[in-house]
Design a protein around this ligand. Structure first.
Ligand SMILES: N=C(N)NCCCC(=O)O
Ligand SMILES: [Zn+2]
Ligand SMILES: [Zn+2]
Length: 317
């Protein structure tokens, strides 16, 4: 096997120079095959409040210029352990949500056909549904860890089935998830009614609220989550609004009382060894960001996801 091609050397070419691929990695078409591809989905036609997550992928790539190749927390050099590449953006129709959902599913299926694992940068949370469809087609029903202020298991908005508030209800209905192992982490904030929680529970979800993370602490939360996941194939979906607006102001539906970026990163690191088959980071809306706070957080979260994939190579690698 040839050595993986890593990022541009920032001691030779300043990190603020040149095109912003994720972490200054090569493009997928430059390396041919990747074990892990970071892919953008600039789609935000499913939002219920502030738009703008269509600019998330480019903002996260820009903010990722400062990432370095060694992860001390996990003692891994993720770009040396495996070939990681930037897979570019999925071009989807901003005027037709159903068509966009099909385009995203087809793109994800194509990109993963030879065993490549995806870390997808959104885009709004609508995109998790087609990504899960592609994942379940390869792996069967998957375990899900869903980091979010919101449940995203609502039924419809204005009669629409495909929105950023409904992907996980659709995913359960379609049999994409192993409902013995689906959890929300970081939920908080007002709901439409108590029935939101009842219906979510009926769908099979467990909940670790934002307040639970604060009260129980990261280690206990990680233990509980890992027990529920077991050795199932795991998909991790991270809505950046799981972070407190102080840590992620640049998002479409902010809720007070969220996780710190430190708590989120530590929970992710606690997942090392899990069979992570795919992941997304969604809902970064740069127009509401300040000083790249949100985009930097999202770039580090994506880096940790790539590193978790290096910590346990894919079954098909
Ligand atoms: N940010 C996501 N994914 N969903 C939020 C939906 C909340 C609402 O419109 O009531
Ligand atoms: Zn959310
Ligand atoms: Zn969400």
């Amino acid at each position: 096997m040839t050595e993986p091609r890593g990022p541009v050397d920032s001691s030779r070419v300043p990190r603020f120079a040149g095109p912003a691929t994720f972490a200054r990695l090569p493009r997928l078409d430059e390396v041919g095959h990747a074990d892990v591809a970071v892919v953008g989905v600039p789609f935000d036609s499913g939002v219920s409040y502030r738009p703008g997550a269509r600019f998330g992928p480019s903002a996260v790539r820009e903010a990722s210029r400062l990432l370095r190749p060694y992860h001390p927390g996990l003692d891994i050099s993720p770009f040396a352990a495996q070939q990681v590449a930037d897979g570019g953006d999925v071009a989807c129709n901003p005027f037709a949500i159903g068509e966009a959902v099909e385009t995203i599913e087809a793109a994800a299926s194509g990109l993963t056909a030879n065993g490549t694992r995806l870390v997808t940068i959104g885009g709004d949370h609508t995109i998790a549904l087609p990504l899960l469809r592609a994942a379940a087609r390869r792996h069967g029903p998957v375990a899900l860890l869903h980091f979010d202020a919101h449940l995203d298991t609502w039924d419809t908005y204005f009669g629409a089935e495909y929105t950023h508030g409904t992907p996980f209800r659709r995913a359960v209905e379609e049999g994409l998830l192993d409902t013995e192992a689906v959890s929300h982490v970081g939920t908080r904030g007002p709901l439409y009614g108590k029935q939101d929680l009842d219906e979510d529970k009926r769908l099979g979800f467990g909940i670790v609220t934002s307040a639970d993370v604060m009260r129980r602490g990261v280690d206990e939360v990680v233990d509980a989550l890992r027990q529920r996941i077991g050795d199932r194939p795991l998909y991790v979906s991270i809505d950046i609004d799981v972070l407190d607006p102080a840590h992620a102001p640049g998002t479409g539906t902010p809720e007070a009382g969220g996780l710190t970026s430190r708590e989120l990163l530590e929970i992710l690191r606690g997942l090392a060894g899990a069979d992570l088959i795919g992941a997304d980071v969604v809902e970064v809306a740069p127009a509401y960001d300040h000083a790249e706070i949100t985009a930097v957080a999202a770039s580090h979260v994506a880096y940790d996801l790539v590193t978790l994939m290096a910590a346990r190579p894919g079954r098909e690698a």
